[in-house]
Design a protein around this ligand. Structure first.
Ligand code: AHG
Ligand code: MN
Ligand code: MN
Length: 337
């Protein structure tokens, strides 16, 4: 059983033994993510010191300006995941196309694909606010030893075998699930070791924080406006307060610890919202559900959506179960009107 102060290394070994048929590859994959996260953490911590911040000049497929650290984190995660014989393909928010790690080679036994947002909340770097990395892992569906295809990446979230995030905050934490609850590990930077600091993380059923970019209020669908008004109403001394960092990882992390809902809805300008189903919403949904919370597009479970393209976006409602259900009720009622 997990013990507080256990190191991530010890935790991985102990939990691998709990699955007698596991070949240890998933453990090695998590291990390589923890390594890349340390390297990226080191660089993120230096962001204010060296001239590494600022846009690199490129725009990614979504037409957004890339920050230098986005590119750096992307490279580090790709390198680390490629150099081990576990992963056969990677899709990243920063790459237009997926990356094939093994071609036609029957000796390659690599069976996992990784989808990631290497640096989330990147617009916060220049102002010294927490950023993160989000990852999602699936078993490939095409035969081992052949090149990966789009089919391997366009799997619904309910087939994820692992997902997690790293938060580069006041402390750096790795939080992940392999479908057996959610555990959080804090990095001791002096010795480069992660310790189990948050075993068995849970979203409380009810929460009092709602997190949404209210600057877009005028463009929100009726249901989201109604939910915000519900939270703000004086009736029954409603307990709600608003917190929004603008960094999904940080907003979800805080809400999981304190209880709350995160909403990035569709809008009149952007009907599918901003967040990406494969790199952001599915992994966060897996974590939320494993922590007793819920994740929805306002009407249905995020993890039941069958993706149709790599960089697909989706409205996102995620957090404490009762809060998400109340928001869904507002969405339903507004639709029926
Ligand atoms: P990224 O830095 O990977 O592009 O993600 C930014 C995302 C997410 O982290 C955050 O919740 C959201 O964008 C904030 O968007 P707004 O600034 O529109 O509120
Ligand atoms: Mn992001
Ligand atoms: Mn990003």
């Amino acid at each position: 059983m997990s013990k507080k102060n256990q190191t991530l290394g010890e935790f991985i070994i102990e939990n691998q033994q709990a699955f007698p048929y596991s070949s240890g590859e998933l453990s090695r994959l998590i291990n390589s993510i923890r390594l890349a996260a340390k390297v990226v953490n080191h660089e993120v911590n230096k962001a204010g010191l060296v001239d590494i911040t600022g846009a690199v000049g490129d725009t990614n497929i979504q037409g957004e300006e890339q920050q230098k650290l986005d590119v750096y984190a992307n490279q580090k995660f790709i390198q680390t995941l490629t150099n081990r014989e576990i992963v056969c393909g990677i899709a990243s928010e920063e790459n237009d196309e997926y990356i094939t790690i093994q071609g036609h080679n029957k000796d390659h036994k690599n069976k996992y694909v990784v989808l990631m947002d290497p640096l989330d909340g990147s617009s916060n770097i220049d102002v010294n606010v927490s950023v993160g990395t989000i990852f999602s892992v699936y078993r490939r569906v095409t035969p081992i030893g052949t090149p990966v295809t789009m089919e391997d990446f366009l799997q619904p979230g309910n087939l994820q075998v692992a997902a997690g995030y790293i938060i580069y905050g006041t402390s750096t934490m790795l939080v992940y699930t392999t479908g057996h609850g959610v555990n959080g590990f804090t990095l001791n930077p002096a010795i480069g070791t992660y310790y189990l600091s948050h075993p068995n993380m849970k979203f409380s059923e009810d929460g009092n924080i709602y997190s949404v970019n209210e600057g877009n209020y005028a463009q929100f669908p009726r249901g989201v406006k109604d939910y915000i008004k519900y939270c703000q109403a004086e009736e029954d001394d409603r307990p709600y307060t608003s917190r929004y960092i603008g960094s999904l990882v940080s907003d979800i992390h805080r809400n999981m610890i304190k209880g709350g809902i995160y909403i990035y809805p569709g809008s009149s300008k952007y009907p599918d919202g901003k967040l990406r189903l494969l790199y952001e919403c599915n992994p966060m949904a897996f974590i939320a559900e494993q922590a007793g919370g819920k994740a929805s597009n306002g009407f249905k479970r995020i993890m039941d959506i069958k993706p149709t393209e790599l960089h697909e976006r989706v409205p996102f409602f995620c957090g404490s179960k009762n809060m998400v259900e109340k928001a869904e009720e507002c969405m339903r009622n507004a639709k029926e009107k």
